[in-house]
Write a protein that binds this ligand. Structure first.
Ligand SMILES: [Zn+2]
Length: 65
């Protein structure tokens, strides 16, 4: 599967393919080298969100290299 979206190395937020900086935390440390993701639509109701330090709804990469 070709995946050209960019995951943030800082917060794991999955950004669009043309992103220059992370929409979630503003970091410019983005990478195409990531695997798997979870969609967290309601961080306040999610059990995994606190574990991943997620407070913004969105897609988050599970593994970022
Ligand atoms: Zn980020």
């Amino acid at each position: 599967m070709a995946e050209d979206r960019l995951a943030c190395r800082e917060c794991h937020f999955v950004n669009g393919p043309d992103a220059q900086t992370c929409e979630n935390c503003g970091s410019s440390s983005l990478t195409e080298d990531w695997a798997g993701y979870v969609i967290i639509p309601h961080p306040e109701k999610s059990e995994i969100a606190p574990e991943m330090n997620v407070s913004t709804p969105g897609s988050y990469a599970l593994k970022v290299r």
